[in-house]
Design a protein around this ligand. Structure first.
Ligand SMILES: *Cc1c(COP(=O)(O)O)cnc(C)c1O
Length: 400
């Protein structure tokens, strides 16, 4: 049985009519950029996240870039993040001229380790007289950028406490985690709402996907929100007067309209993904595959949240990843490796001077993790086919 990694055609079929109605309206009015559809979508997302401000932008990457630019982070600065993430996280830090400082992940959750973060700040950085934090190369450490990977929130309480202690801004890369919840000490909090600012991506394959590129920032701070709105139009506050350098980070009406049609379905889709994860766990456990595979961690499940994980990806871990990948490919089961190389080992970041073995948690995960098919409409029959194929692989003597 052929099982694709992702198939959103069924989802589209259920929404054809409202989506086409919206698009016809846009062509009728000829208003294509930052118009009423964008404003309506921004209001809907702000309400969904329970924050006062949402600023639609052209992509998740541009959301990250816009906040770094709006905060004036640049040459001479450093931003701490995880190396186990999509490239954009580290890429944006470097694009504004700052240095990405990579600290290792918690190998259980694959998210940035609060312990590694604290240890980096305590052992590699110092406090200046004015209270700012400087790294060993003399760069000012401005912010930490946690990434809620695969749809699971980072352990934000300690991250925020450490950031406060060292006076760092917290910019959440919530590109994979819209709607995911965290059981914080001040109550349940949603991804993107815990730091200074949260960044979302609506790349078509994300849980809330546009019909092209789109992204958004959320924040509580009025001044930052205003600055982000200005930043997305080249830093232009008054027409053709530019107070600072921004970019073209505008969101278009078609994307906003499609996303607004989809938003009311998001929680249902994420719940369906959790259901898929439960079926995998059940089918894998029944076959004794726990001996060979590490299933995704669910650290907040017991906290009784509505959405302890949104399962943007379902990622398992095995020491024979390449063998399993090859076997599943032969059985026409879609897989993907997120991510085969930590950012600290990317060629473009060689100038940062990281060596193999510097971030062992990330390097191990990059070698051993494999994403399996997951999407809301995935059937149990397909999941059984995946489980059978995995069982077949581990039953063969050469697999071990
Ligand atoms: C998808 C993604 C981005 C970038 O979003 P785009 O919309 O593709 O630009 C950034 N960070 C993470 C973790 C992502 O998964």
């Amino acid at each position: 049985m052929r099982v694709p990694l992702l198939d959103l055609s069924e989802q589209y079929r259920t929404l054809v009519e409202p989506i086409h109605a919206e698009i016809s309206e846009i062509f009728a009015t000829q208003e294509f950029i930052l118009g009423p559809k964008v404003r309506a979508f921004e209001a809907a997302i702000a309400a969904y996240c329970g924050v006062p401000h949402a600023i639609g932008v052209s992509s998740g990457t541009d959301a990250l870039l816009a906040v770094l630019m709006a905060l004036g982070i640049g040459p001479g600065d450093a931003v701490i993040t995880t190396p186990f993430t999509f490239f954009a996280t580290g890429g944006c830090i470097a694009r504004v001229g700052a240095m990405p400082a990579f600290v290792d992940i918690d190998p259980v959750t694959y998210n940035i380790s609060p312990l590694a973060l604290e240890e980096y700040l305590e052992s590699q950085c110092q406090e200046r007289q004015d209270g700012s934090i400087v790294d060993s190369a003399g760069r000012t450490v401005r912010a930490v950028m946690p990434v809620h990977l695969f749809g699971l929130c980072c352990d934000m309480d300690p991250i925020i406490a450490i950031a406060q202690r060292f006076r760092l801004q917290v910019i959440e890369d919530a590109a994979q985690a819209i709607g995911a919840e965290y059981p914080g000490k001040n109550g349940t909090a949603q991804a993107g709402t815990m730091g200074l600012c949260g960044c979302f991506s609506f790349y078509p394959s994300k849980n809330l996907g546009a019909a092209g590129d789109a992204g958004l920032l959320i924040c509580r701070d009025d001044t930052l929100a205003e600055r982000l709105r200005i930043c997305r139009q080249h830093g232009m506050e008054q027409r053709y007067f530019h107070g600072f350098i921004g970019g073209n980070f505008r969101l278009d009406e078609i994307q906003a309209a499609v996303l607004k049609v989809k938003l009311p379905h998001l929680d249902g889709w994420s719940a369906a993904r959790r259901g898929v994860a439960d079926v995998y766990r059940e089918e894998f456990s029944r076959r004794g595959l726990g001996e060979h595979l590490t299933f995704p961690a669910e650290p907040y499940r017991a906290a009784g949240l509505t959405s302890h994980h949104i399962y943007h990806q379902y990622v398992v871990r095995t020491t024979n990843r390449e063998g399993l990948l090859e076997h599943l490919t032969r059985r026409e089961i879609g897989t993907a490796i997120y991510y085969p190389v930590g950012l600290h080992q990317q060629q473009c970041f060689r100038y940062l001077g990281y060596q193999e073995g510097d971030l062992p948690g990330t390097e191990g995960a990059a070698q051993e993790t494999l994403a399996l098919p997951i999407y809301p409409e995935l059937t149990r029959e397909a999941q059984v086919a995946v489980a059978d194929a995995i069982q077949e692989f581990f039953a063969a003597p050469k697999a071990r």
